[in-house]
Design a protein around this ligand. Structure first.
Ligand SMILES: Nc1nc2c(c(=O)[nH]1)N[C@H]1C(S)=C(S)[C@@H](COP(=O)(O)OP(=O)(O)OC[C@H]3O[C@@H](n4cnc5c(=O)[nH]c(N)nc54)[C@H](O)[C@@H]3O)O[C@H]1N2
Ligand SMILES: Nc1nc2c(c(=O)[nH]1)N[C@H]1C(S)=C(S)[C@@H](COP(=O)(O)OP(=O)(O)OC[C@H]3O[C@@H](n4cnc5c(=O)[nH]c(N)nc54)[C@H](O)[C@@H]3O)O[C@H]1N2
Ligand code: SF4
Ligand SMILES: [Mo]
Length: 743
């Protein structure tokens, strides 16, 4: 009889970073529930977290590398054989075609592991190609770009201080299904209920009456893509009615007058007609935002993956600034993550894009990467610098990127492809080599990404829950080996590679005059570093050098890895605190409210004011029991009715002769698919909705449960030509489509 024990671990499945309490019997996780003692989640979990054990023990999960044989099938090989094949494949392409011939795609779960943030950067650097892509350009890149211009740092993203706000306006966000994004707030539903319980209000702006809209005090339907217009209408009203009040931000903001000039053209009446929101509602919302003691406007996917993504993301912050709600308790604030270190003084180099451009479409580099919407162009267009090899890490672009039918086809033309991924799925089936990282129960966890986006400062580290799989490999080790291969070194020297990375971190700190360890030697610091594995040692170093750190002894009460190990339910680091001006990295050291590249895009928006808005458009949606494309293999999450349906408003269904439960053929500029119809008045007239991440019927995959109910891939319809010009982000919402009954 195996002994049963309890273990605690942060859930790695979404941005809420809930604490899980796991029951472990032998080497199996037999139950997962919410950790009631967790400092932020306090017992909350969602259905996905509850299936953590099923996910870990999924029989389809790969545990040994696969190599595609001459028969086209994937076969298990040893790790050495797999890395040797990668070495031959990648080195061959680089030798024949140069470094730009190797593309890298980093997918979403990279921000949910320790390996991704620690080893992804070095890998990309070692590959040395301009063809770097990630899920960021089908997601939040517009927010990075707008914050880059506003604050000089694309990673300085303010989050709604939901626990102290009096009014929260959620635009294109559905945290009751998504659990929150660019806003780490475990138990988002409970936090929203608390806003109302203390007399505050919730407003939701969404073309669908979502579960979040259903609990809101007010839901405003908006025509997809219309949010920049609505927000400019708010800005116009704030100026028009003399409601602008910078308050504590006075003296820290430049460009207010320039914004006022731009807003002149966007009267509530004009924008209202174009975005479908009555002018009176726009004026009222502006007054409410100005009058609330503290208010937070928060936008997510519906403000990013849209035609005016950067403008919309920028205007969200403009409204927060003009109402004095930026950097104010109860407004939107900048978290301070434990591994980060505030600068000694405001000011910096600022933000710029376009250090290089993509070969085929000439799209500018942003944050070191190119828009994934042009990956297929780079693979299929002959010429110097054509992409011939692809490295994917934790990504499924065949389901998650626009015009994915074209990408799926393009991948068959590569000379070599390697995927770091635990599943043989729609994307990795094209790989010559699949390197599966060990499951999340056997590695440590710390949220480098989400602790910079948390609504209450916090730190947590979870040690591995289950013993190491002797035949498996940690993702840090896999990525370090790939980095060595890309750098032309021996992958066998992985320990040396890990050590080099750690030394670099220590060296940088020791030579930084503002660091708490300035003047000490890297060797001296190295002797003090704690941690069982390479990722843990890097974490210990970063924590000790970070905002709350012990500075390697300078502050004996400060944070260390050891201290986090002593706090299995997380460490509360207090409510968010004001960070202006210290957080500002613009050359002026001020908030640049009207940066030139952003202002220049307003003409494009103005043109949209007069555009006819007839015809059906497609938007996406998320469901609590899904997670992008990769959790449809968990049986407990797949129970119940078909979720991959086309939602259509009753009036549209009548006009189009669609029957509930019948099938419809949906066509866009780039693709056509057939899907079951669900008639519902939760979508507004003129809008149809289809979730993404489905379409699990490709041959050569190994996801048995998902394949039994495959659904259709909505990105067959989204258009790779439609991007937000400032960020390169794909437009995944507001896609013109035609819908007819399938005959
Ligand atoms: N139409 C439409 N398309 C969308 C969206 C939308 O709203 N509408 N949303 C977009 C958004 S926001 C995102 S973030 C993208 C996501 O785009 P991707 O990141 O490309 O896709 P995912 O479905 O998240 O795929 C994650 C992959 O990582 C693997 N994986 C899981 N855990 C691990 C791990 O620990 N290590 C490694 N190495 N691999 C792991 C999974 O098996 C899977 O293959 O999709 C985008 N696509
Ligand atoms: N259960 C679950 N949770 C998830 C994920 C998942 O797939 N499933 N994915 C995770 C990821 S990678 C991310 S990025 C986050 C996303 O987190 P959210 O953005 O909160 O999630 P969505 O459900 O995509 O919400 C976007 C909303 O925007 C609306 N929308 C579409 N177009 C427009 C528009 O033009 N204007 C406005 N105002 N609204 C519009 C949609 O109807 C939808 O309700 O969720 C994360 N959490
Ligand atoms: S809300 Fe997110 S972090 Fe919390 S249990 Fe669910 S999937 Fe995990
Ligand atoms: Mo995402």
């Amino acid at each position: 009889m195996d002994a049963t024990r309890t273990a605690y671990r942060t859930c790695p499945l979404c941005e809420a970073v809930c604490g899980l309490e796991l029951t472990v019997t032998g080497d199996r996780i037999t139950a997962a529930r919410g950790d009631r003692d967790h400092v932020l989640s306090a017992g909350f979990i969602c259905p996905k977290g509850a299936t953590f054990g099923q996910l870990v023990h999924d029989p389809d999960r790969l545990r040994r590398p696969l190599l595609r044989g001459a028969d086209g099938e994937h076969h298990e090989v040893t790790w050495d054989e797999a890395f040797a094949a990668v070495e031959a494949g990648l080195t061959g392409v680089v030798t024949r075609h140069g470094r730009d011939a190797v593309a890298v795609y980093l997918g979403n779960p990279n921000v949910h592991t320790m390996a991704g943030p620690l080893y992804g950067g070095p890998l990309v650097k070692a590959v040395g190609s301009r063809n770097v892509f990630s899920a960021s350009t089908v997601d939040q890149m517009p927010k990075h770009v707008s914050c880059g211009y506003l604050y000089g740092n694309p990673d300085a993203i303010p989050v709604p201080d939901v626990d102290r706000t009096d009014l929260i306006v959620l635009i294109g966000a559905n945290p009751l299904e998504s659990n929150g994004s660019l806003c780490t707030a475990p138990d988002f539903p409970g936090r929203l209920a608390a806003v109302q319980a203390r007399g505050g209000r919730i407003v939701v702006i969404d073309p669908r009456r979502t579960r979040t809209a259903a609990i809101a005090d007010e839901h405003v339907f908006i025509r997809p893509g219309g949010d920049a217009l609505l927000l400019f209408g708010l800005v116009h009203t704030l100026f028009d009615e003399q409601l602008v009040a910078l308050d504590h931000l006075d003296g820290h903001v430049r460009g207010v007058d320039a914004v006022a000039v731009l807003a002149k053209d966007f009267t509530p009446e004009q924008v209202g007609a174009a975005c479908g929101v009555p002018a009176a509602d726009i004026r009222r919302l502006a007054r409410e935002l100005a009058a609330a003691p503290a208010a937070a406007v928060y936008g997510r996917i519906g403000t990013c993956a849209v035609e005016f993504g950067t403008l919309t993301s920028w205007l969200v912050d403009v409204v927060n600034v003009l109402t004095g709600n930026l950097d104010r308790p109860g407004g939107v604030m900048f978290p301070l993550a434990p591994h980060a270190r505030p600068a000694a003084a405001p000011g910096g180099k600022g933000f710029r894009v376009g250090r290089w451009t993509s070969r085929v479409r000439g799209l500018p580099e942003v944050k070191g990467e190119l828009p994934v919407a042009t990956l297929a162009d780079e693979i299929t267009t002959p010429g110097d610098g054509q992409v011939r090899a692809l490295v994917t890490v934790a990504g499924n672009p065949v389901l998650s990127t626009p015009n994915s039918g074209r990408l799926d086809e393009a991948l068959t033309g590569l000379e070599f492809m390697v995927s770091v991924d635990p599943y043989l799925n729609e994307t990795t089936r094209h790989a010559d080599v699949i390197l599966p990282p060990t499951d999340p129960a056997r590695v440590g966890h710390y949220d480098f990404a989400f602790l910079t986006l948390v609504v209450h400062n916090m730190a947590a580290y979870s040690p591995p829950v289950l013993p190491k799989d002797p035949g498996g490999m940690d993702e840090s080790d896999i990525l370090a080996r790939l980095t060595l291969i890309a750098a032309g070194q021996r992958f066998e020297d992985v320990a040396v590679g890990h050590e080099l990375l750690l030394t670099q971190v220590l060296q940088r700190a020791a030579t930084d005059p503002d660091s708490p360890v300035a003047g000490r030697t890297a060797a001296d610091l190295r002797a003090l570093v704690d941690g069982d594995g390479p990722a843990e040692r890097l974490l210990d170093a970063r924590l000790r050098l970070g905002a709350y750190g012990d500075g390697f002894g300078a502050d004996p009460d400060g944070l260390t890895l050891r201290k986090l190990l002593d706090h299995p339910h997380g460490l509360d680091l207090g409510p968010l605190r004001p960070r202006i001006p210290e957080v500002l990295r613009t050359p002026s050291g001020q908030v640049e409210l009207c940066a030139e590249p952003v202002a220049a895009d307003v003409a494009r928006l103005r043109a949209a004011l007069d555009r006819p808005s007839d015809g059906l458009v497609l938007v996406g949606r998320r469901h609590l029991r899904s997670n992008n494309s990769w959790m449809h293999n968990v049986p407990a999450l797949m129970k119940g009715r078909d979720r991959c349906t086309l939602q259509v408003h009753p009036s549209d269904a009548a006009a189009l002769h669609l029957a509930d439960g019948g099938r419809a053929t949906v066509a866009s500029r780039v693709g056509t698919l057939t899907v079951a119809v669900e008639i519902t008045d939760t979508v507004m007239p003129g809008v149809v909705s289809l979730p993404h991440g489905w379409g699990h019927d490709a041959p050569g995959t190994r996801t048995t449960v998902a394949a039994a109910r495959p659904g259709v891939n909505s990105n067959i319809l989204t258009d790779d030509r439609a991007i937000d010009p400032l960020s390169g982000n794909s437009v995944l919402n507001g896609i013109p489509v035609t819908v007819v009954p399938t005959t």
